[in-house]
Design a protein around this ligand. Structure first.
Ligand SMILES: N[C@@H](CCC(=O)N[C@@H](CS)C(=O)NCC(=O)O)C(=O)O
Length: 254
């Protein structure tokens, strides 16, 4: 009897352990764009369970009160981790901050060693402040703007060209931007993969070209960069209704 009791207790304890060991899925607020891909790639690389919460930015879903509670900046990506610090939910916006959080949470692709960490962070911030915004402006003026503004196009195409030149030099003697594959590569790949739409000739940058192939050969990158692509099908960025939502935004009353 005593043995049976002990067995039942042990079984219950075992069950409870299994339950708490299974991670609760992270909610991924997402739209299939280069900024969104950063997080879908990281979640796939870490094999973290997640629930996709599409935010159709062409329809203005980034302005719903529910989403603004998570991302006051009305931009995706954002996540809610139900199992945040202290076991309580946490919401995070800004793709770089999300990558760092997931890197710390899992201990993957974001080294704890200070020197290696600095390497990753400088290239991550270089992407956040440089490649992302500059390539984003090229996409805007070259592909979405109804007016053709040659000065603006040249300015951003040239800056992206300069940045890709920097990456090409950096990748001359290493496989990944911070040495080992990291969240910095994940932040970059979605943007750099769009070189053609950014008026660039990738053959000018052989080391960058090889890096693109290397990163895109990873199955998790392929899964991350194909997540929800079907959601965007048929959306015309030159549609006046879409442009009215996305372009010319101004401060909203609080
Ligand atoms: N710095 C932000 C940028 C995010 C961002 O620009 N997201 C765009 C899509 S790529 C967006 O949500 N746009 C909605 C809007 O413009 O209202 C990040 O890296 O998370």
């Amino acid at each position: 009897m005593a043995k049976a009791k002990r067995t039942a207790k042990a079984k219950r304890a075992g069950k409870a352990k299994t339950k708490s060991a299974r991670p609760k899925p992270i909610e991924l607020y997402y739209w299939p764009t280069p900024n969104g891909f950063k997080i879908s790639i990281m979640l796939e690389e870490c094999r973290l369970p997640y629930i996709l919460k599409p935010v159709n930015i062409s329809k203005g879903e980034q302005f719903t009160p529910e989403f603004l509670k998570i991302s006051l900046n009305n931009r995706m990506p954002a996540i809610v981790d139900p199992d945040g610090p202290g076991g309580r939910p946490i919401s995070i916006f800004e793709s770089g901050a999300i990558l760092q959080y997931l890197g710390r949470k899992t201990g993957k692709f974001y080294p704890a060693d200070e020197r290696q960490k600095v390497e990753v962070e400088q290239w991550l911030f270089w992407q956040m402040g440089g490649v992302g915004p500059m390539a984003g402006q090229v996409h805007h003026f070259k592909n979405y703007a109804v007016e053709t503004l040659t000065y603006a196009i040249n300015r951003y195409v040239n800056e992206v060209n300069r940045l890709y030149g920097v990456m090409n030099v950096r990748l001359k003697d290493r496989d990944f931007i911070a040495g080992r594959y990291s969240i910095a590569d994940m932040a970059l790949i979605g943007w750099v993969n769009g070189w053609q739409r950014q008026g660039q000739d990738i053959n000018e940058f052989p080391h960058l070209k090889a890096w693109i192939d290397r990163v895109k050969a990873r199955p998790a990158v392929q899964r991350g960069m194909s997540l929800g692509l079907e959601l965007r099908q048929g959306i015309d960025m030159k549609d006046p209704k879409v442009q009215a939502v996305l372009f010319g935004q101004r401060a909203r009353a609080g």
